[in-house]
Design a protein around this ligand. Sequence first.
Ligand code: SAM
Length: 404
Amino acid sequence: MNNIKNVEQSTLKTFKTHRPSEYFSDKENDNSFNIHDRKVEHLYRFGLTLPPEYFNGKTLIDLGAGTGHHTVSLARWGAKCTLVEMNDDALMVAKNVFSEFSEIEDHNFINSSLYDIDIEKYREKFDIAHSRGVLTHVADKRGAFEILASLAKPGGYVIYGDRNTYGGIQEMLQRLAVYKYAGNDEQQIVEASEKLFSDDIDRSVLSVPRSREAVIYDRWVIRQQDDPSVSDVIDFFEANNLVYVNSWPRIDFLGRGVSTFTDPNNNKALKQGAFLVENLWMILNNGESENIQSLEGMGIGEYKNILGTVANMLRNLNADTEIDLTSLQQDFKKMKKLSIDAFGKPILITRLDTFFNEVESFIESINDKKTLSEIRQELDQYEILFKGYAGVRHVDYIAYKKGL
Ligand SMILES: C[S@@+](CC[C@H](N)C(=O)[O-])C[C@H]1O[C@@H](n2cnc3c(N)ncnc32)[C@H](O)[C@@H]1O
């Protein structure tokens, strides 16, 4: 218990200095609220496929709601929200955000650690139990998840979001360098982060209008940052009577859900498929078309053409169809040959190779105690490491509570 409280105090101190969750401004004529609100709608409607219309009249509890900048969109869709947040400053901002963008009377604001809420009072009382970007910062994730899951009614949903172990590897390598040079000194952490990773900070503030300090405190000053893998999350679901429904980014591998009767409880296959995706998340720079290309090899174009011709020849086949069997046989032979290049050595292997080389040289430079400027010069030469998205930094999951 002591460790839980120690971590809580340390997290609270960091986030009291710079609050991490202020995603839009309430200044007049500022469009940032609308932009953020649309992103939230996009996540639920197209990502998690729980559309805004579902929320109308539903009860929702949000553990670690922060400044309510995310929760307020759910409230605008008609959810009656209970916001639990241990940082009183953040909760104060949340009340202002709600009075500005939603009706405040329908909602509850509880200033408490998630560990200290009256669980018996709230057990199975909510249609939706929600927590986003919080459990990664607590000492006992499994226990915290149990609390979250216990709040949802049978037949209700748990919506849970956090960073991912593999998607977050690049950020952890950044921490490795930052701590090596700055130790525990917050000012030095800010300086080292700016010296080494200013591009990454630029990118973040462009996509979410937070201060540079808020980004640095959220990524590198915060001490407790223990990100769960997909496998961990599926284990949490299993232990708490929950069935995985969906996620964003998706973890369903190609080939899952091959019939209407695909078993949603096939967690073993889900975990195996997700590990492939987590490798793509680890090296993500630019987005999803890059991922698709990563899985394909050099010979894919010709392979696609022949397969297309053959499939078209065979579709709608009937007794009168004339088919040249010799050329059909030749086509399958050609595909057999081409498939080795098309799928046997996908570009993923080359990208992983570049990534691992860069990681190796990065670690070596830190170990050799090169100066920050020298390391920065090297980083500027990298192709994959710390470029673009630098991994996948957040994953949202939705699960269904069994028992109805
Ligand atoms: C990264 S912010 C996320 C805020 C919000 N959920 C969002 O998605 O924007 C993490 C929040 O969790 C809160 N938090 C961390 N540990 C907590 C705990 N044990 N109990 C309650 N809140 C906690 C922090 O104070 C902070 O406001």
